[in-house]
Design a protein around this ligand. Structure first.
Ligand code: HEM
Length: 539
């Protein structure tokens, strides 16, 4: 067969020759790649921190695995607490120890003052744009005037004690409802899916605090609320999920962001979901604005926003900003809380002696004739230690959003190119063996001996982000109170046990790569009452 190259050759000869050519080209490519790496290493070795060898184009992305915080922790043991990795086209510095975190943040805070920030695992296209309005709200927005405004609305301490007190009744009601529903469902020895119940509490609490509605549990299923409730439940279910590894890669490899690759219609679903969400929030805001006569009473965050006449200029008191705020607080305050409580309970089910100690403290401080009140929390010192230890071992946002200094900068003696992202691996920092004995062991006693705070001021325990990095959690007081109060009420009103045939060691602590690091397998327990029946009758 004439292949049109001037000479007549057979198809098999042509293919044979081309196989050789392809192999030679492959070898040449590999040789050039190794040479390129060698040259690059020798020129960069003085200025870049050590790190694992990457591949062309994808860099170290394929090495990250399903749980990047764990892989990076493992790698940092080999390459050190300042490690350089290449995430596709993005050069990244990973900080993995308390000492380095302090050096970078405390000493060099000025570098990050106007830095960009973007979540490493959030594909910017879909959830970023559709759900959280990238660049405009808080969570995914770079540090900008709009971001500063949003943080000002929730002043430097967004849920200060006085404002926390205002919503105390909501918390009490929702947490008691969780205990009552768990007891009811656990009646007759039924296994209770506690994780799901706590998730419902998380949503009910946030939607009640934000705009006075609840969508889970018996009272939400009243006839007039039924359809809205169902719609909300469908909406929350469809918004979860990370979109898969492929879409995560697309964050770092721009050429993967091709519309035709939306083969499972995930982007389309998210777009549809975001429209429904938008309509739903618009109705809530419009309803409140059109209330006649306008209410002067501040019952929730929406009321609060609308009442801040002097604090927020009129031009900023828009429906758009209010909706952005609701979206961010809902995203930030639900699954984080849920997963943190579930991780703590899982540890307590694995360690019955610690669980009993918490209950002994509760009986001593609260007694058995009434339920726990929020005002009891400061006296529950052992419970506080348990919560801190759970925050330390199970950070639900293990890789905080990276910071990106806008200028070339020197960190730890290394010169980093501009646009290098700096990622704080909270998981590694809080398991630093230079700071903690037996760092992987759940041992609340360590917080009885030492008392580092968890509000970002102490570089050894940073579960809520780092104060110096400016993006510290805006709901930290609320989150901390909710986690402590939920655990206290649940452990005081209920006895928890593992289903028949399961031992403590069977409680599986495997992490799932889902958003906010849930447990891979749901926590299932038996729930029975532990207070005299008259206490429950009065609730
Ligand atoms: C146990 C509960 C919680 C944990 C462990 C937690 C953890 C965190 C962490 C680590 C960050 C920093 C993320 C980063 O640097 O990228 C953060 C930010 C944030 N959190 Fe929380 N959080 C909790 C509860 C809450 C609650 C109850 C709310 C609100 C109702 C909330 C709202 C937010 C928001 C809006 C941000 C973004 C702040 C910004 O980027 O400026 N969080 N949270």
């Amino acid at each position: 067969m004439d292949m049109g190259f001037g000479s007549s050759i057979t198809l098999s000869t042509w293919v044979g020759q081309h196989n050789i050519v392809t192999t030679l080209l492959g070898i040449l490519g590999l040789f050039l790649y190794l040479l390129w790496n060698l040259v690059e290493k020798s020129t960069d070795s003085k200025k870049l921190p050590p790190g694992p060898q990457g591949w062309p184009v994808v860099g170290n992305l394929l090495q990250l695995g399903k749980l990047p915080h764990q892989t990076l922790t493992h790698l940092s043991k080999r390459y050190g607490s300042l490690m350089f990795v290449q995430w596709g086209s993005v050069p990244t510095l990973v900080v993995s120890s308390a000492e380095m975190a302090e050096q970078v943040l405390a000493a060099q805070d000025h570098l990050f003052q106007n830095s960009n920030s973007c979540l490493p695992t959030a594909p910017s296209g879909a959830p970023g744009n559709f759900l959280l309005c990238k660049n405009r709200g808080l969570i995914l927005a770079p540090i900008s005037d709009q971001w500063r405004f949003m943080r000002r609305v929730l002043p430097s301490n967004p849920f200060p004690t006085k404002r926390l007190e205002q919503f105390q009744e909501v918390r009490r009601e929702e947490i008691l409802s969780l205990a009552k529903r768990s007891l009811k469902e656990g009646h007759d020895g039924n296994v209770v899916p506690l994780g799901r119940k706590i998730q419902e509490l998380g949503y009910n609490h946030v939607t009640q605090t934000l705009f006075g509605k609840r969508y889970f549990g018996p009272s939400s299923l009243k006839a007039e609320n039924y359809h809205e409730s169902r719609a909300f439940q469908r909406m929350t279910a469809s918004s979860s999920g990370s979109g898969g590894v492929y879409r995560q890669l697309a964050e770092f490899l721009p050429f993967l962001r091709v519309r035709s690759l939306d083969s499972d219609f995930w982007n389309l679903k998210l777009w549809y979901f975001s429209r429904v969400y938008e309509r739903y929030l618009s109705a809530i805001v419009a309803d409140r604005r059109n209330r006649n006569p306008p209410s002067t009473e501040v019952r929730d965050i929406v009321d609060l926003f609308l009442s801040l006449q002097t604090e927020i200029p009129r031009s900023q008191r828009t429906d758009e900003n209010l909706k952005l705020l609701i979206k961010d607080l809902m995203t930030g305050g639900t699954e984080t809380f849920t997963n943190q409580v579930v991780w703590t309970l899982a540890e307590l089910m694995r360690h019955p002696e610690i669980r009993h100690k918490v209950q002994t403290e509760l009986d001593y401080v609260v007694g058995k004739e009434r339920v726990v009140e929020e005002t009891d929390l400061p006296r529950l010192r052992y419970l506080q230690a348990v919560v801190k230890e759970s925050f330390r071992l199970h950070p639900v946002l293990p890789l905080c959003s990276p910071l990106e200094p806008t200028v070339v900068t020197k960190i730890g003696g290394y010169e980093l190119p501009s646009k290098t992202r700096v990622v704080f691996n909270l998981y590694a920092i809080m398991r630093d063996s230079k700071v903690w004995d037996e760092p992987s062991v759940f041992n609340p006693e360590r917080f009885r001996r030492r008392l580092p705070g968890v509000k970002g001021e102490d570089f050894e325990v940073l579960p809520l982000g780092y104060a110096a990095g400016r993006r510290i959690c805006v709901g930290l007081n609320l989150g901390l109170t909710m986690v402590q109060y939920t655990l206290a009420q649940l452990l005081h009103t209920c006895d928890l046990a593992l289903p028949l045939g399961l031992n403590c060691e069977d409680v599986d602590l495997e992490e799932s790569p889902g958003p906010n690091l849930p447990m891979a397998r749901p926590l299932q327990v038996l729930v029975t009452p532990r207070l005299p029946p008259r206490v429950y009758r009065g609730l």
